[in-house]
Design a protein. Sequence first.
Length: 266
Amino acid sequence: MSVVLRIALKDLKSDIQQNNIPSHVAIVMDGNGRWAKKHGKPRVFGHKNGVRSIRHVSEAAAELGIKYLTLYAFSTENWNRPAMEVNALMALLVETIRKEVETLNKNKIRLLSIGDISKLPEKSRLALEKAIENTANNDRMTMILALNYSSKWEITKAVKEIAQEVKNNVLEVGDITEATVAHHLSTNGIPDPELLIRTSGECRLSNYLLWQLAYAELYFTNTLWPDFDKDEFYKAILSYQSRERRFGMTSEQLLNNTTKTINEAI
Ligand code: IPE
Ligand code: IPE
Ligand code: MG
């Protein structure tokens, strides 16, 4: 077999180490509009084709044993887009959620959302709430949709709640810790993502999970979201596995710690 063919057939999934799978992966699904333009179609066509990528990636993530997958579906800033696009996105949300609930249940995936969903059109909000309720008992993986989400909104809300607790004498200022802040974020109880993926070549966070991504590994790819398939996802996981996560320590310290753990285990 030629080298080229062998590379083409290379099974990326089998290169993934099972003992180093991130528990939480967050994604900025970007590039739908440019994908549509490339195909000479209106932007909505890109959003529709992006749904297929969500299906592939959620399946791949669940198969790998990833416990949480957070997807940026609509930012607070996205309300500034043309009304036609916003309406189409909201309609697509209802349609997709209704269609996908069965598959989510089949794959034992629980659905959650973060963001101010009270501002969504009633139809979208109700469909979302119903799907969250109908998938509440699934425990294989949690898929979190960030909808009308922005990190600055979330942090401001947390600050207000904490200030109120201090005002009501339920909390002392001196007792506020990082855990207090985390407790007031919409991701309360969910571990921070170890890996952030952003498609379409943009290298920014766009107001996404600023607190939670404090120590995440960042992975940027030029692939547009509708072209992002299982193999693209495996590539991101493999890149994550090639990183040394030092958390402020030195490489030598990490090596010593690993040796110590191995010695303790034998
Ligand atoms: C991401 O794709 C989807 C949403 C923001 C809802 P875009 O719509 O941002 O696509 P580009 O960045 O314009 O190509
Ligand atoms: C971020 O993408 C929001 C979502 C993917 C939902 P955008 O396309 O809206 O971000 P900017 O405008 O390029 O920063
Ligand atoms: Mg974009």
